[in-house]
Design a protein around this ligand. Structure first.
Ligand code: FPP
Length: 254
């Protein structure tokens, strides 16, 4: 658990050569943020959307290549209907309001998950944002929306199995790289696996997020609730990451 107070007052020096290329975030704590203020849960989600804007800009300015945000899981449909409706409206609000700024900052939007199951207006907002930012060449802002990692793996296995059945590939072609390319992050190529996975709100679990892809990611947990997370907190997380020794199963690099 990262201690938020550490470095909070001093400016945090980051090594610009070691900025994580792909950061994935489990944005948690919106409900608790609202509860602390005696507000309805949706107020926390609304503020959480503002944090998405702040963190997107901060990550883009730091030179992050891919920012993957867990916005709605395949399990989140179990939440009360009103909350689900509100959450489905957030991408619409976010893209309506924020796409010009994304384009100005050369940020390209992508979305992974079962998009076809989303309400029509959410699907349209998502598809429009993808097409409006398709020419941007800077950071990829990748939303996991109606995403679950077991679903991701199951679909990849099914696709690989049908390619074998159709004689497009043979069983011996299955290796890590082939599996990675069949997952929903496959389009990210060399950046498919996050270097750094952050979870906010003090919870320390993965919740069906990018299970294959985080095999060698550095995991950083913070007590900060997502609506309180900001550019400074992001720098703290990256600072922590830069002081880890990534070994990928090899020996410590002295
Ligand atoms: C988890 O907090 C948060 C979510 C399930 C939703 C996350 C969505 C956003 C932050 C906004 C997304 C914005 C866009 C543009 C799609 P929680 O509700 O489980 O919090 P709790 O654990 O405190 O109850």
């Amino acid at each position: 658990m990262f201690n938020n107070k550490k470095n909070a007052e001093s400016s945090i020096h980051l090594d610009s050569d070691r900025i994580p290329k792909h950061i994935a975030i489990i944005m948690d704590g919106n409900g608790r943020w609202a509860k602390k203020r005696h507000l309805p849960r949706i107020a926390g989600h609304r503020q959480g959307m503002e944090t998405v804007k702040t963190v997107t800009m901060a990550a883009s300015k730091l030179g992050v290549k891919v920012l993957t945000l867990y916005a709605f899981s395949t399990e989140n449909w179990k939440r009360p209907k009103d909350e689900v409706i509100f959450l489905m409206g957030l991408p619409v609000k976010f893209f309506n309001n924020f796409v010009p700024e994304l384009i100005e900052n050369n940020v390209k939007v992508s979305v992974m998950g079962l998009i076809d199951q989303l309400p029509e207006n959410t699907q349209k907002a998502v598809r429009d944002a993808i097409s409006q930012t398709s020419k941007c060449t800077g950071m990829i802002l990748n939303f996991a929306l109606n995403y679950g990692s077991r679903l991701d793996i199951r679909l990849a296995v099914q696709n690989i199995a049908s390619e074998i059945k159709n004689d497009a590939i043979s069983i011996s072609d299955i290796d890590d790289d082939l599996i990675s390319r069949h997952l929903m992050t496959g389009f990210l190529g060399d950046y498919a696996d996050p270097d750094l996975l952050i979870r906010t709100s003090g919870e320390e679990r993965i919740s069906n997020f990018l299970l294959w892809q985080i095999a060698y990611s550095e995991l950083v947990f913070t007590d900060a609730l997502w609506p309180d997370f900001d550019g400074q907190t992001l720098r703290q997380m990256i600072f922590e990451y830069q002081h880890r020794n990534r070994r990928f199963g090899g020996l410590k690099n002295e």
